[in-house]
Ligand binder design. Structure first.
Ligand SMILES: C[S@@+](CC[C@H](N)C(=O)[O-])C[C@H]1O[C@@H](n2cnc3c(N)ncnc32)[C@H](O)[C@@H]1O
Length: 308
């Protein structure tokens, strides 16, 4: 493989990228040519939206080609185009052969949730001490067990099951299921029924696939498939959507049931408490790397809190 490295002004990035792809580049990537210098330029967009500016003042374009002649030919053709004005060839460099699959896989090790409960990529042996494990590979959807927010939800589920003699025996809703990791954990921990919902079709597809791999039964779909009430409602999203979803999520918690929220930063605790106060009294029940887990329990109709 050969990499063609170009330095180009902002306006040339898009037409050059398109042209490189049309000239059979296997991939094209763009980086800030001023990264790690005083001129570095952060480009941000809100989650789900693109930043207004899609390239840096000075960008480095890297295009991957199967053969050196293809890279040389591509630059020869592009260098004379108007849209390449101000762009320069930096180098054409051979990419040393490597075991890319092995390198990628080595970054994902089994994740310990509790000493007995592990998340294990398919290419790894299940650790000897694991009495419960979930097989999960990194993919399109969020949730491989490596993020503190996911780990805290999983720990809560495992501890909750342990307090009840090792099994959840509850109906569980995973709201914003991503890979389905929380829903699969709930099913493996003995939930009676599990529903996993998401607004992202790729997440629903990943959840169905991961549930099959782990041989657990669950229902997955868009939020409309959710039943009116559950004993446990889990939502690991982010503080702002959790705030908007407060009335809906609280309505899904059955009397005596639990609400478990993650994706919240320590400094956002009060904001969430206030947003949920009309329905439930949230408190911080775990924290990891600046993220917190907030939980609440709904009173039963007679005002008591039932064991579940
Ligand atoms: C941080 S991921 C959590 C994935 C997984 N539950 C976990 O704990 O690792 C958040 C998920 O919530 C979904 N999501 C975001 N807003 C949502 C909404 N309003 N309703 C349902 N799902 C939503 C996203 O598509 C994403 O898959």
């Amino acid at each position: 493989m050969f990499e063609l490295h170009l330095r180009c002004p902002q306006d040339s990035v898009e037409p050059l990228s398109d042209a490189l792809e049309a000239l059979d580049a296997l991939s094209v990537s763009v980086e800030d040519a001023d990264a790690l210098t005083a001129d570095e330029q952060p480009l941000f967009g809100e989650p789900g939206t693109e930043p207004q500016q899609l390239a840096w003042n000075r960008s480095t374009l890297t295009a991957l080609f199967a053969r050196r002649e293809q890279a040389e030919e591509a630059w020869k053709l592009l260098a004379v185009q108007d849209f390449a004005a101000g762009s320069q060839l930096e180098e054409i460099r051979e990419v040393p052969e490597a075991d890319w699959v092995g390198l990628t896989q080595s970054q994902f090790q089994p994740v310990e949730i509790t000493p007995e409960f592990w998340i294990v990529p398919s290419w790894h042996e299940v650790p000897a001490q694991a009495r419960l494990s979930i097989e999960l590979d990194p993919g399109m959807a969020f949730g491989t067990g490596t993020h503190p927010t996911t780990r805290m939800c999983l720990r809560w589920l495992a501890q909750h099951a342990q307090q009840r003699g090792g099994t959840l025996e509850a109906e569980v809703l995973d709201y914003g299921c991503g890979s389905g990791i929380l829903a699969i954990a709930a099913a493996k921990l003995g939930a009676q029924a599990v529903d996993a919902v998401d607004i992202d079709e790729a997440a629903i597809a990943a959840t169905i696939r991961n549930a099959e791999t782990n041989e657990v039964a669950l229902r997955s779909g868009t939020p409309e498939i959710a039943k009116p009430a559950y004993h446990i409602v889990l939502a690991n999203i982010l503080a702002n959507p959790l705030q908007v979803l407060a009335p809906l999520l609280c309505s899904h918690v059955a009397p005596g049931g639990h609400l478990v929220l993650a994706g919240i930063l320590e400094r956002q605790a009060e904001q969430l408490q206030q947003a949920y106060a009309p329905w439930l009294e949230l408190s911080v029940s775990d924290s990891e790397e600046g993220w917190i887990l907030m939980t609440a329990r709904k009173k039963s109709a007679d005002g008591s809190v039932q064991a579940r």
